[in-house]
Design a protein around this ligand. Structure first.
Ligand code: PLP
Length: 459
């Protein structure tokens, strides 16, 4: 805060969120916020009056701020509406702490030794129960390999596939470029499958040995895989012996209807189900899981051991406890409500303020596709947003093949903490409706913590 005031990102008179609100958003004790506010009041940066809150104090002498080189300093982007990260401020810290305390007080010391490369049995057991109940996965603990997120899971699979002589992995024509790069780094060529309103065009698969799909919620277009295509691809895999990798990165978050169940249950010996805690909890945990066909379990576990990448035993046990105690389900249910509310706010704001855009892919997940009028430039909008302190991604950033698409934004609505969401949406609407002059950008300038940023709960 001191730095923000010194650099005049927070201007005199700006009201700060209440200590209670900021404490909830940052996941820290209210007293810590109150102490920091008190310290800054004592130093003269803030002013407060009982009953009137806290605000940035007026200054008599202007502050000389040394220039910060571009790209450095505190958060170039005040607001982040790119896809990929959940609301980290909502991480269930106290439930995690309770689970961690229980794990540490009940586990024997030998859990701290080198462990089974498949992952610890309590986590595989808890995951098997959760995945069959919540995602309809056909799974037993012995069929799971815990890994450092989906990313490591894919790396392990590509390593094993290449070792078995596979030459090619098909990927969706729109997706994460990291997946394509991982496959190629492991020596697999990639081919891209066109994607349309029914998901990946799986009838266009050639003689590739494996295919990576996001069937529940295509990333980034946001559509589920058409039921006929689900059946088709499973038949194709059974017929050819090929492997389907099902990336179920956000399957828990479906809002208006029941979640689309996992494809894996249709053909457990042809499909690898890949899940992750990166959306439901936090990507920094680096915890994910592969549910594997029987014939792959040992090889994948051996590849993991060979690469020396075991996952932290304590984190595995804490996640197991979180799931077994029901706290994980409660967190997912709470998050689903909040994200649904955010999605509704996004669609309502854009319908009202920017009716010329179309928002699609909104049934599930933590992102939507905002289709721009033909002729709009994704790059211009992304650059203009940056001058408002707002981070956006254009759809072309996710194009892996040649398939063209009209201009669109892939808009992640989960990342801003609650108190900043309303302002992030307002800035999005301003960016989409205007071409501001430089002076206007200066006036709007990045800021945090104004009263309009105050948290509004969805219920
Ligand atoms: C399509 C897709 N799959 C998987 C993931 C999760 O990757 P990881 O589990 O390695 O964090 C992401 C994260 O953004 C994603 O966008």
């Amino acid at each position: 805060l001191r730095e923000a005031i010194r650099s005049e990102r927070l201007r005199p008179g700006t009201r700060l969120p209440s200590s209670r609100t900021l404490a909830v958003d940052l996941g820290i004790a209210r007293n810590t916020v109150a102490d920091a506010y008190g310290q800054l009041v004592a130093e003269g940066w803030l002013a407060s009056r009982s009953g009137s809150g806290t605000w940035v104090a007026e200054r008599t002498t202007p502050v000389q701020v040394p220039a910060t080189p571009a790209g450095q300093g505190v958060g170039r982007f005040r607001y982040d509406l790119r896809p990929g990260t959940p609301n980290l401020a909502a991480f269930p810290r106290s439930a995690w702490l309770t689970a961690a305390r229980r794990v540490l007080s009940t586990s024997s010391y030998d859990v701290l030794g080198y462990s089974d490369p498949r992952g610890l049995l309590p986590l595989r057991t808890a995951l098997a129960d959760y995945l069959s109940r919540a995602r309809g996965v056909a799974v037993a603990p012995d069929g799971i390999v815990v890994c450092a997120g989906f990313t490591q899971g894919l790396e392990l699979l590509c390593e094993v596939l290449r070792g078995r002589g596979a030459a090619c992995l098909a990927v969706e024509a729109y997706g994460q470029d990291l997946s394509q790069r991982i496959a190629e780094a492991k020596g697999l060529a990639t081919m891209t499958l066109p994607v349309d309103a029914g998901g990946a065009a799986v009838d266009q698969l050639g003689d590739t040995e494996a295919v990576l799909l996001t069937p529940a919620h295509q990333f980034p277009l946001g559509v589920p895989l058409d039921p006929l295509r689900r059946r088709h691809i499973v038949e194709w895999a059974s017929h050819t012996g090929a492997l389907i990798v099902e990336d179920d990165y956000d399957g828990e978050f479906r809002y208006d209807r029941r979640p689309v169940g996992a494809l894996q249950a249709l053909a457990p010996e042809q499909v690898v189900y890949a899940g992750t805690a990166s959306k439901s909890l936090a990507p920094g945990l680096r915890l994910g899981w592969l549910v594997l066909p029987t014939h792959l379990v040992e090889e994948v576990a051996a590849a993991k051991a060979r690469l020396g990448r075991l996952s932290s035993s304590l984190d595995q046990l804490v996640l197991a406890e979180l799931i077994a105690s029901g706290a994980y389900d409660r967190h997912v249910r709470r998050s689903r409500l909040t994200y649904r509310w955010r999605r509704d706010r996004l669609t309502a704001t854009l319908r009202r303020d920017v009716p010329e855009v179309r928002v699609t892919g909104i049934d599930a997940g933590l992102h939507a596709l905002v289709e721009l009028p033909d002729g709009d430039s994704e790059d211009d909008i992304v650059a203009r947003a940056a001058t408002h302190g707002l981070a956006l991604d254009g759809l072309s950033r996710y194009r892996l093949g040649q398939q063209p698409h009209s201009p669109a934004l892939v808009l992640g609505y989960a990342t801003p903490p609650d108190h900043a969401y309303t302002t992030a949406l307002a800035r999005l609407a301003a960016v989409l409706t205007s071409q501001p002059q430089a002076s206007e950008v200066e006036r709007i300038g990045p800021h945090v913590g104004t009263p309009s940023d105050e948290r509004v709960l969805p219920w």
